[in-house]
Design a protein around this ligand. Structure first.
Ligand code: SF4
Length: 508
């Protein structure tokens, strides 16, 4: 039996993507007598996956067997209307049960649930090494290093203990990635650094076998130390860290502990070593309020993350927080993504405000690549980041760019986001009677923006500045108003370019 894979980078996005996905699937299945189509999903993508499965079924005349996997338990998928489009739903580990199913494949009248059989880590087949997937087909790879997690976060359905995949297999996979010149590796290990010795071994292997790739890791700040920081620094990488919430009440309600000072200390180590990192935040957890979410946001931004991923709390069936939730007054959607709709401490209106605040932060800070200058540029405004983003959310709404309009900051060129940043900053500086300092802000934003485009897209920029770029980038412009009062204007045309692999600029 031939196995083919179809992957869409934007798989969760929209109906057009579903149509494209279906077209690709059809190319593979035309002419086949008996075909099984496997769909992998997460709570975020399940609606899209069902839509794609329905399209496949409606458009294909021959009989197909549709199989989906990704759920940890039956409850999670049964909550989803229309899941009956699938003949089989495999919950838990899919590999062994899928192989058995393919031996005796047939359509069904009613969805059949199969609890996946667990296999030993060393018996799990590698889709890279057995040729099911070819890294050449993709711009990067998702590289699985372990199953399960073991952290037992109360809002998460991943309850399984962590099962590390054998190092010998991972080494061979790295060798294959090196041979195929894989440029980017998304490391699938829920908490990569939880086992320090193994993490160090793997980092050293990555440096030895595939040093030129860019890696993305999920790590725990608690488990970070100097030795690990040094090992991460030897690679081009970015780290994703669960911060979740900084509110003691929220964390207590979730049975989690958090030491703000200790966390900040660990993050300082990353900043001191110029490691790139981002945080995951969740709003709407039990006991969370709109003000406490704003405090979390202010705390997170004070630590200079490169980006923030901010999620509304999902009350996923089967999680610790879902047990008895109805008694606590929390109401959530009854199908994926199970977003919370109201809680005794977070009204519907406040959840909407939080959603808009999170979106404003995503547009301005994350898509706007604002980390190098954000705190110094908003300092003269004498407002907290959360207030700044709340005002920006209102500005986005008035300018028809709110989340509800479908505006997607990541589909815009960075120069467009930069224009938006400058328009809003000019307004805020005017409001606070600081317009005299805006030319400094403009130079800071534009020069850093040009450097970020050089790093991210390899794009060269030529721009006009009011001040000499040495002065703007040299650190003295951190104090925006003092710089505006003291520095001499020196209008320049600046070319920001790649000088033999290093960012550089010249006055032209
Ligand atoms: S949220 Fe992440 S770290 Fe926590 S249990 Fe789930 S997978 Fe593990």
């Amino acid at each position: 039996m031939e196995l083919v894979s179809v992957l869409h980078e934007d798989a969760a996005q929209n109906a057009d993507t579903a149509e494209l996905l279906v077209k690709e699937i059809q190319e593979h299945i035309n002419g086949s007598k008996q075909t099984a189509v496997f769909f992998a999903y997460t709570t975020k993508t399940i609606k899209f996956v069902i839509k794609a499965a329905e399209l496949v079924k409606n458009k294909q005349n021959s009989s197909l067997v549709l199989i989906c996997f990704g759920a940890e338990n039956q409850e999670q998928i049964q909550h989803c209307k229309d899941y009956e489009v699938f003949d089989y739903v495999i919950t838990g580990e899919p590999e062994v049960s899928s192989a058995e199913l393919l031996q005796n494949l047939r359509g069904t009248q009613k969805t059949v649930f199969i609890t996946g059989k667990t296999a030993k880590a060393e018996d799990l087949p590698s889709p890279w090494l057995d040729g099911t997937l070819d890294p050449v087909d993709y711009n990067g790879v998702v590289w699985e290093l372990s199953r399960g997690c073991g952290q037992k976060c109360p809002f998460c359905a991943n309850h399984k203990e962590r099962i590390p995949l054998p190092l010998s297999r991972l080494e061979k996979e790295l060798e294959l990635f090196a041979k195929k010149k894989v440029p980017e590796v998304y490391v699938k290990d829920k908490v990569f650094n939880v086992d320090k010795e193994r993490a160090l071994k793997l980092l050293s292997l990555m440096q030895k076998k595939l040093p030129d790739a860019h890696y993305q890791f999920s790590v725990s700040a608690d488990h970070m130390d100097k030795q690990l920081v040094r090992a991460f620094c030897a690679l081009s990488c970015s780290l994703q860290i669960n911060l979740i919430s900084s509110s003691p009440t929220v964390l207590k309600n979730c049975g989690m502990s958090f030491d703000k000072k200790q966390f900040a200390h660990k993050i300082r180590m990353l900043n001191d070593n110029e490691l790139i990192f981002g945080f995951n935040l969740i709003y709407g957890l039990p006991g969370d309020t709109y003000p406490s979410f704003r405090e979390t946001l202010d705390y997170a931004l004070s630590l200079y993350p490169n980006h923030l991923e901010i999620h509304r709390f999902s009350l996923i069936p089967g999680t610790k927080l879902s047990t008895g939730a109805e008694k606590t007054g929390i109401r959530a959607e009854n199908e994926p993504p199970f977003h919370i709709q109201v809680s005794p401490t977070f009204s519907e209106l406040d959840l909407l405000k939080a959603e808009n605040l999170a979106f404003a932060c995503t547009v301005f800070y994350t898509a706007g690549r604002a980390v190098p200058w954000f705190l110094s540029v908003i300092h003269p405004l004498k407002i907290k980041p959360s207030q700044f983003f709340s005002d920006f959310a209102e500005w986005l709404r008035c300018n028809n760019c709110a989340k509800s309009t479908g505006f997607d900051p990541f589909s815009q060129p960075h120069t467009e986001i930069e224009k938006i940043q400058l328009l809003f900053l000019e307004l805020k500086y005017e409001e606070k009677r600081l317009s005299f300092a805006f030319p400094v802000v403009k130079d800071v934003v534009c020069l850093n923006g040009a450097l970020s485009r050089l790093f991210a897209e390899g794009e060269e920029t030529t721009l006009r500045t009011m001040y000499h770029p040495d002065d703007i980038l040299g650190g003295s412009a951190f104090d925006v108003t003092a710089f505006a009062e003291e520095a001499c204007a020196e209008p320049c045309t600046v070319r920001v370019f790649n000088n033999n692999g290093s960012p550089d600029f010249q006055i032209i």
